[in-house]
Structures are given as C-alpha cells and as structure tokens.
Design a binder for this molecule. Structure first.
Ligand code: GLU
Length: 432
C-alpha cells in the first residue's frame, strides 16, 4: 500500500501535493492501494477543518483514495506497542525534566559538542517528575537505506541517540506513530519530502526494534525553492495549493507543472492519466527545484486552451457559451481563470465617455440598438453603418469603438469577438 500522510496543521503545501500525486501515480502503476492518513498527532498545531479542506483538494485533483484513516484513532495501539518495547528492553521511561535537558544542552554547546541524550540520565528527576516520557533506545549500529532518488543514505549510530516515542501526555511522537502506522497498514513504498530524510533512520530503528522484517522502499523528493532560491515557506503565497486555485490555476495544470519540476516529461502538456503511462520516479533530479510561476502560467494557459467550450463557460460561472468562446479568444492575453474573468468584467464595465468622437459613436450605437438592430448583426455591417452615420473612420473610429465595446484600449480583433458581444450590447454600453 502507498500512503499520503498530511498533517492538518495548515494549508496544503505544493510540496505535499507533489508527494500525494507521486504516491497516487505509483499506487496506480503498481495496482496497489492508496491510503490517506491524517497525521493529527500534534494537538497544539492541528487546525479545525484543515483535514476536510485537504481531502476536498485531493478530491478536486482526482487523487482518489482507497482508504482514509486518522492517526489519532491508533493512539491506544501506539501505547500498547510502546509498552511492548519497554518489556523487550528496547525502550524505557525517561523522567528528565525539560529544565534538566536544557541544562545538558547548554553544557554541550559550551563544550562545543553536539547534544546527545545519555541513557544514564533516565531516572534523574524521578522524584520530582510524575509524568515520564518513553524513549526508544538509540541505534547500536549505523543505519542505511536506499533512496530511489538520492541513492544510498547512511546514518552513523552516533546520530541516533535514544529519542522520545511517547510524550508525557501519552501522545505518540510523529516518528513513532508514523512508523507504527506504516507497519499496521502494510506500506510498501514511502514517497515524501526531503525534509523527512533524517526521520527515516529513526523510523527504521523503531520497526527493527519490533522485529518487523518487511523492507519498505523510500523516495525523498527534493525541496522546492522560491524565486530567491530559499526553501519555499508558508510566507510564499505560491506554496499554498488553495492560493493557486484561488488565482485561477487549474488542478490539471498544477499537476502537469509539479510533475515537470526537476524532470523531463515525455511531453510538455499532459494530464494525470497520461502521466500514469510514463511517469518514472527515477528520472527526477536529485537537486532542489525552483518554483517558476511563469512556467506554471504557461502550462495553465495551454490547459485552458484545451478546455471545451462548455467546461470553459462553466468555470467562468456562466451558462452562455458566448462567454466561454470570448474567454477562449482572450487567452491570447491571459493565463489564468482570474485574468479571463477580469477581461470579461472589463467588457461589461461602465464606460467613461472621454471625447466628442466617442460620444458620437456611443450615441450612434445606442440609437442603432433601438432603431436599426439589423445593422448590428455582424461586425462588417456595424462598421459600415458607423462610418456612414458618424463620418469617422480609421483610428478616430476604431479606437473609441474598441474602448466602448471592450473597456480596454487594446486586445483581440473586434472582428473576432464581436459576434459574442452582439447580444450583450445594451449591458456593455453602460455609461452610468
Ligand atoms: N505528516 C507528515 C508531513 O505532513 C508526513 C510525513 C510522512 O509522509 O511520513 O510532513
């Protein structure tokens, strides 16, 4: 089974979405199941409703799961297993207070040494601390694993000192809950962000301590950098999937872009279904990748171009295909749904009459709507009629006319868009 394990502690980050997409793809390619595990171990950071929000985004992206579990449902099980580890002598109660450990850390810093927990401290503070934690005994040999992207990863036993698996309130730590649940749900392949690489030896040690023999495959995805080359954080709007959706990027375009990052896809524009036939995690680059919103805009525009009229119209919350058709033409100067909405809103915006010529054209158009609708039928007859009645021509006619019909001073050929504007002329020619 493959799994995606989001924490409901904030907006879904694009790095997490990328991990979800890859887990989904590998599950489909290997005919395996796809589990969503909501990792709600951190009560202080969980945000109410974020789980539902994450699930609805996954649904919107077509990343449908076979099974959904909440990590907190297994807390009892985690505690039972921690106690088994104590019985086996692989884990122990540690009574050290935060103050004691802080003191030891400060000492280590003072001596220029890395802080390592010393098992001989376990019973210190026993008389004053009624709420011990449970620690797993640190590694007694080096731990290594093969990463499908990074290759061989090796950790010295000195880096893995005895670490907390159950907190003083009985809640399991991330590493413990994660590792146990990966066993419980028979996970065969873990794909997640590179920031978890250093957790992997601990999770392996937990399973080894329990005598779990199944080998789990790993792939840690290179981090995503912002335009300044720094790790993309919550402060970068583009890192939030909800934000990207709110800007009018299409889910299929976001998938296309995320699968193209640090990769050479078979074709530039594709959807999730296409990717299932050729995606190979081994072709992903080991290096961090920079998020390039302009590349995403380009890909989004291509996906918008590929939409059929009905879908485009629906996405613009309209029921008139003329609006979808107009949007298709405006794609020559827009890359997101929001930009298209803005262009269309401008067409219907109130027009400021700024010159005598414009006033003349405006009055003539209003008159034609009321008295001679036949001349409005197509752009050529409208043009001929306006030239005849206003005696204007060339720029003097077309510049103001463009503004009156579209609210902008430049844009697509009036000849191309007029047929879609034709039945809205009354609304478009609003000057108040
Ligand atoms: N809950 C972890 C996260 O959101 C998941 C890590 C993992 O996939 O093991 O980063």
């Amino acid at each position: 089974m493959l799994r995606f394990a989001p924490s409901p502690t904030g907006d879904l980050h694009i790095g997490n979405l990328r991990a979800a997409i890859l887990n989904y793809i590998i599950a489909k390619q290997t005919n395996d199941e796809f589990l969503i595990r909501i990792e709600d171990t951190d009560n202080t950071r969980n945000i109410n409703g974020k789980d539902k929000e994450i699930l609805s985004i996954l649904n919107l992206f077509g990343l449908l799961w076979d099974k959904l579990v909440y990590q907190s449902d297994n807390f009892k099980q985690h505690n039972i297993i921690a106690n088994e580890l104590i019985k086996k002598g692989k884990a122990f109660y540690c009574y050290c207070t935060k103050e004691f450990l802080a003191l030891k850390k400060a000492e280590a810093i003072k001596n220029g040494k890395a802080f390592r927990y010393d098992d001989s401290w376990a019973l210190q503070c026993k008389d004053t601390n009624p709420n011990p934690v449970i620690r797993l005994k640190g590694a007694n040999c080096d731990i290594s694993f093969f990463d499908e992207i990074k290759g061989e990863c090796k950790f010295s036993k000195n880096e893995i000192d005895s670490f907390v698996i159950i907190r003083e309130d009985g809640i399991p730590t991330y590493n413990f809950a994660c590792s146990i649940d990966d066993m419980i749900y028979d996970i065969s392949y873990i794909i997640r962000g590179e920031d978890h690489t250093s957790n992997t030896p601990k999770q392996i040690l937990i399973r080894d301590s329990l005598g779990y023999l199944k080998e789990i495959k790993y792939a840690h995805l290179p981090i995503i950098l912002n335009k300044d080359g720094k790790k993309m954080s919550k402060r970068d709007n583009e890192s939030s999937v909800s934000w990207l959706l709110s800007q009018g990027f299409l889910p299929q375009a976001i998938i296309n872009y995320l699968l193209s990052m640090g990769n050479k896809p078979k074709q530039e524009i594709f959807n999730l279904k296409d990717a299932l036939t050729w995606f190979d995690i081994k072709t992903l680059s080991k290096s961090p990748v920079k998020f390039d919103i302009n590349q995403l805009r380009h890909i989004n525009r291509e996906h918008l171009k590929a939409l059929n009229l009905k879908d485009m119209t629906n996405l613009l919350e309209s029921s008139d295909l003329s609006i979808g058709a107009l949007a298709k033409i405006y794609l020559e100067e827009a890359s997101t749904l929001n930009e298209l909405r803005d262009k269309i809103a401008l067409i219907f915006s109130k027009k400021d009459i700024t010159s005598n010529d414009m006033k003349l054209i405006y009055d003539t158009l209003i008159k034609l709507i009321d008295e001679d609708s036949e001349s409005l039928e197509d752009f050529n007859s409208l043009k001929a009629k306006l030239i005849e009645l206003t005696k204007l021509n060339g720029k003097a006619l077309f510049h103001p006319l463009r503004y009156l019909l579209t609210g902008a001073n430049n844009g697509p050929l009036l000849n191309d868009i007029y047929i879609y504007l034709r039945f809205y002329l009354k609304e478009i020619l609003r000057s108040e």
